[in-house]
Write a protein that binds this ligand. Structure first.
Ligand SMILES: *[C@@H]1O[C@H](CO)[C@@H](O)[C@H](O)[C@H]1NC(C)=O
Length: 206
């Protein structure tokens, strides 16, 4: 009996230590329903995202459009010999309650060598968060996919001086089209309207 108890105890202990504990970021992607709204599988790795304002993205924290207006720096466990696709989408357009305009793409870069995003193809140049007035908090999801190889993207290249071609996007469909699999790293923040939004709308001509 004693031996059995000891054995069970060690099996228990071993499970506890060896089972991969669901990472924070996976849990948060589920808690905030980014899975299933945006993805079917959450990334396991944490994507570090820092804005020039000093703001850091962390597991759905609340930031402001002012804090995220400029191109962030991202870091993940990148292999310098691999190509990556980096995306930033807002699935809550015009609002989380009624996202009838689907995802808006805030940033899409492909063929990123290692983690040097600006050396990749800027398919959709970065612009920051622009949640409409009184539309509540939106989720801004940042994702990194590891590409199987260097790719030929047939999407038109879009600057950040227009909102054209940014609506009704699906990062899951895009990933499927280019065989990117599931994202390897991710993170997200939330933001609602502030007085930077009209300035962004002016930049985008909307
Ligand atoms: C617009 O995109 C360019 C090229 O990626 C980038 O250098 C610039 O910072 C972006 N502007 C804003 C306001 O995000």
């Amino acid at each position: 009996m004693y031996r059995l108890c000891v054995l069970i105890f060690f099996i228990y202990l071993n499970n506890f230590i060896a089972s991969p504990v669901q990472s924070d970021i996976e849990q948060k992607f589920l808690e905030y329903e980014i899975v299933p709204d945006v993805l079917s599988v959450a990334p396991t790795d944490y994507l570090a995202v820092t804005f020039p304002s000093g703001a850091e993205v962390h597991n759905g924290n609340v930031l402001t459009p002012t804090l995220v207006k400029d191109l962030p720096t991202l870091s993940w466990n990148a292999n310098p010999d691999s190509f990556y696709t980096v995306a930033n989408v807002d699935p809550d357009v015009p609002s989380h309650a009624e996202p009838t305009q689907g995802q808006v793409v805030h940033w899409l870069a492909g063929n990123v060598p290692g983690d040097d995003i600006l050396a990749g193809d800027q398919l959709m140049e970065y612009f920051g968060a622009g949640p409409g007035k009184d539309s509540g908090l939106h989720r801004y999801v940042l994702l990194v996919y590891q590409q199987p190889a260097k790719l030929d993207f047939d999407e038109p290249r879009m600057s950040n001086l227009t909102a054209e071609n940014r609506y009704y996007f699906s990062i899951a469909d895009f990933a499927k089209k280019y065989d990117l699999g599931d994202p390897i790293a991710g993170n997200f923040y939330r933001a609602e309207y502030d007085d930077y939004v009209p300035i962004l709308y002016e930049q985008l001509g909307v």
